[in-house]
Design a protein around this ligand. Structure first.
Ligand code: HEM
Length: 489
């Protein structure tokens, strides 16, 4: 009895000391809800960083505020100017990625997406340098995208106007672009392994930014010992990694590093080149994780945007009509769409950008970590502080968009109908850690979207009057499943 009383008093004393320590530390940070030991102040947003809670947070505490993720302070940036300045002034100082229990379990500090320091610099530089060599942003990749666009057109043509859910064929087309570049081959629509790969990625994406994710970060012991979402996420990750290792093995057996044809060949060549270089971070684990990251970063995001694209064409048939009128006026019906065509199709290009803005699939960037003591938006912040940038708030900032909550391609057109870029268009984020796949994503979206609209008129299935435009919340904001009819034009 006596011992329990002492223990309880000790725990209460430690918690109170920790509580006071957190209040003391909070003084130098932007305002925010009161942090408590263990749970920090994430309770204030109900353990979920969603649109409403982030908006409420900004309304209550301002565009720069602080949330505590457990015992770690996290600056939350809201609105275009704050997000832009926070990520680009002293950009290198805020280029770290948060290292957490979950990220370490899932990536172990390797690859591009959640790595830091030399590993991040070398893997990002090599990864995207190699994608460029393999044709990213030029004709090489364009051909791959055109091929997948053709398969997508064939898929819809075979349906002969019957109502169909476009999700899987879209995911298939977009993922195959990456597969061709990374593995040197594509998968058929029926391939079982491909279905399992997509399922595994879907699970990982849904797990990130979920309540379970935040719970696991705060209570790692429970997450480790209880069967549940973390175990499933790890299982999904292991499945993808063992597939990638299998691919590496078969590439090794082919032994064509002198004439590399795909990302894995190039990486194997790099391993050979750097095997005696001190400080080199090139090894098989980083290769597997980089491939994983290219997939994770590049497939789900682009496919989700394309699913929104077709959904918006159902909701706004007049806009679909205008795009088709422009395509018909500028290109012959048999013209093979290429990325260069966007210059002759300002309205269509504006529609593609408005789709990216309005679908706003990435609500917040994966949290950044300050890599050395620095100043962020006037606050002196110590190394290790986290930064959460709300990209969505820039894409809907009423000070920068005329009609932020309307689907309006006019946002990207000047008075003369010419395409214009907009500074608040931060769909791909900003600063040192901004999305390196922006050009590739835009190329895929433009070519696939135009190829589809050139051939088909998309309509709602007979009897369906309305379509759900709400999103399904996750690491990316996806549309609810829907069906459409693709009628040959
Ligand atoms: C519509 C499509 C896409 C969107 C909206 C998108 C958006 C983003 C955003 C917001 C970030 C976070 C940047 C930050 O932390 O500030 C990011 C990072 C990243 N994206 Fe994309 N992305 C898309 C397509 C792609 C593609 C096609 C690839 C590559 C094949 C790609 C690869 C990556 C990688 C590797 C990172 C991590 C970069 C780093 O941590 O250094 N993304 N993306």
């Amino acid at each position: 009895m006596m011992i329990s009383a002492i223990l309880i008093s000790l725990v209460l004393f430690l918690l109170s000391a920790q509580f006071l320590n957190m209040q003391w530390k909070s003084r130098g940070f932007p305002p925010g809800p009161t942090p408590f030991p263990i749970i920090g102040s994430i309770w204030w947003i109900n353990f979920r960083a969603d649109h409403q809670s982030l908006k409420k947070l900004a309304k209550t505490y301002g565009n720069i505020c602080t949330l505590w993720l457990g015992h770690r302070p996290m600056m939350v940036l809201y609105g275009f100017q704050t997000v832009k300045n926070g990520l680009t002034n002293n950009s290198e100082d805020v280029s770290g990625r948060l290292q957490t229990y979950i990220f370490n379990k899932l990536a172990d500090g390797k690859g591009i997406l959640v790595s830091n320091g030399l590993i991040w610099k070398q893997q990002r530089h090599f990864g995207f340098g190699t994608l460029r060599k393999l044709g990213m942003g030029n004709k090489g990749m364009e051909r791959g995208i055109q091929t997948e666009a053709r398969y997508l057109v064939e898929f819809f043509r075979d349906k002969e106007g019957e109502a169909v859910d476009p999700s899987f064929p879209i995911v298939h087309a977009v993922s195959n672009v990456i597969c061709a570049v990374v593995f040197g081959h594509r998968f058929s629509l029926e391939d079982k392994t491909f279905h399992q790969l997509i399922e595994a990625f879907d699970y990982i994406v849904a797990f990130g930014n979920s309540r379970f994710y935040y719970m696991c970060e705060m209570l790692p012991w429970f997450a480790e010992h209880l069967p549940g979402p973390l175990q499933k996420a790890r299982f999904s990750r292991d499945f993808v990694c063992s597939f990638v290792r299998q691919e590496i093995k078969s590439h090794r057996e082919k032994g064509r590093i002198d004439e590399p044809e795909d990302f894995i060949d190039f990486y194997l060549k790099q391993l050979e080149k750097t095997k005696n270089v001190p400080n080199s971070t090139f090894d098989e684990d980083n290769m597997v994780q980089s491939v994983f990251d290219l997939f994770l970063g590049g497939s789900e995001t682009t496919a989700t945007t394309l699913r929104w694209a077709l959904l918006y064409m159902l909701v706004y048939p007049d806009i679909q009509d205008k795009v088709q009128k422009e395509l018909d006026a500028v290109l012959s019906p048999s013209h093979l769409i290429c990325y260069e065509d966007r210059k002759k199709l300002p309205y269509t290009n504006a529609v593609v950008h408005e789709i990216l803005r309005f679908s706003s699939i990435v609500l917040i960037t994966i949290p950044r970590e300050v890599v050395k003591d620095t100043t962020v938006l006037g606050y002196h912040v110590p190394k290790g502080t986290l930064i959460m940038a709300n990209v969505d708030s820039a894409l809907f900032d009423p000070d920068y968009w005329e009609t932020p909550h309307q689907f309006n391609p006019g946002h990207f057109l000047d008075k003369g109908g010419n395409f214009v870029t907009r500074e608040a268009f931060l769909a791909f984020s900003a600063g040192h850690r901004a999305c390196p796949g922006e050009t590739m994503a835009k190329m895929e979206l433009f070519i696939m979207f135009c190829s589809l609209l050139q051939k088909f008129k998309f309509t709602l299935p007979e009897g369906v009057k309305e379509i759900n435009t709400d999103f399904v919340f996750g690491s990316t904001m996806k549309p609810h499943p829907y069906k459409l009819c693709a009628v040959l034009r």
